[in-house]
Design a protein around this ligand. Sequence first.
Ligand code: BGC
Length: 453
Amino acid sequence: MSRRIAILAGLGGLLFGYDTGVIGGAQLFIKKDFHLSNFSDEVLVSCVLVGAIIGAAAAGAILSRFGRRRAITIAGLLFVVGSVAAAAAPGADLLDAARIIVGVAIGLVSVAAPLYVAETAPAARRGAMVALYQLAITIGIFSAYLVDEALSTDDAWRAMFAIGIVPAVLLILGMRTLPESPRWLVEQDRDEEARSSLSALAEGEVDAKPVEEQLAAIQAARQADGAATWRSAFTASVRPALIVAVALALIQQLTGINTVIYYAPTIFRSAGINSNSAAIWASVTVSIVNVTSTFIAIRFVDRVGRKPLLAIGLTGMTFALGALALVFAIGGDGHGFGIRAIVTIAALWVYVACFAFSLGPIVWIVISEIFPSSARGPGNSVATMVGWSGNLLVSITFLSLIDVLGDSGTFALYGAIALASIVFIRLRVPETRGRTLEEIEGELIPARVTPTR
Ligand code: BGC
């Protein structure tokens, strides 16, 4: 069952990746169709991120009130409405509004999907199951590239948005077939339903603990915790978890991943690859590296743990960013595939590969794991909202940063943040591998949970 949940929740990740990526190709045609100024063009591109900040902020309340399954279904409906409206938009203002709705859906699903997967997966495979969601994000980004390439004729931008309707409908239909999170049901004092949900979740799982034992542990945590409200994320005992979650969400963004995801062709052109199609093909290889390297996390995150992967990944990212800073500082041959172009491609591969098996999936995993049950929805919502704000900040400042600091200075800045993050993770992030959510809660906030074993 947990695999089925991970795959269906993965449709949320697919939409997240597709709808953040698709604007890259669509934008050129929309700009021409609607005669957009550079500023209106930037507004259009940012709309989805603004929406995602709103969606992530609202997610805490939606999750607590409607539950995990219905929250994902609501996100699915918003994806459909937003995609239909974007595809049909008669002018720029309505298109902006439609893209904000899609953004709200992305923000909501980015909190709800990993949390739902984490709450329903067996402890021993929880990391891999949430990593499947990140895999879906990367596949979504890659599909957006392919669709943008395949449909690059004048008015096909409407079709680019419309394609997102298909996975959204599948997501809505699929969610109807899955059990609600037993943790949320206990939260709502619906213990009988929680018991049936735990039995449904145990189907086909060889290593599942007995249902009664799981239920007792969840109930004990619930009693120690009290009810989930927005304020639960800000109490003194939850603060250490909140700091770690917010910091991780920021680290995921401020180390610059989306400059590569959104602007790879621009980076390749500054590295001397002058032909547009070569720059685009080089970017496609980056996207393929992003997808394939995520499998490393799926395989190892529950075996070696979250922290070692984060440490290795961030070290690789720091070196790759250092190499980029160096190669742009030295300058050199400006045309064709010179040394600069080759080092840039290699460094971006290393950088993206290292992100894909570390910060990419593990941030979603850890922020879904470290909050006590009463603060899980609200805490995750706050951290993810901050993460989306970091994404917006990096995306809108990247080109200006290059003007001010140069390519080299900009990559050095992201590298310095990556380096500092290694220290933070070593000191502050707990290792959560293999433990149940209640055991993690008991260790992080010992006073709140009476051990049940
Ligand atoms: C991040 C996105 C990023 C993607 C790249 C996700 O985990 O949240 O901002 O675009 O990974 O694969």
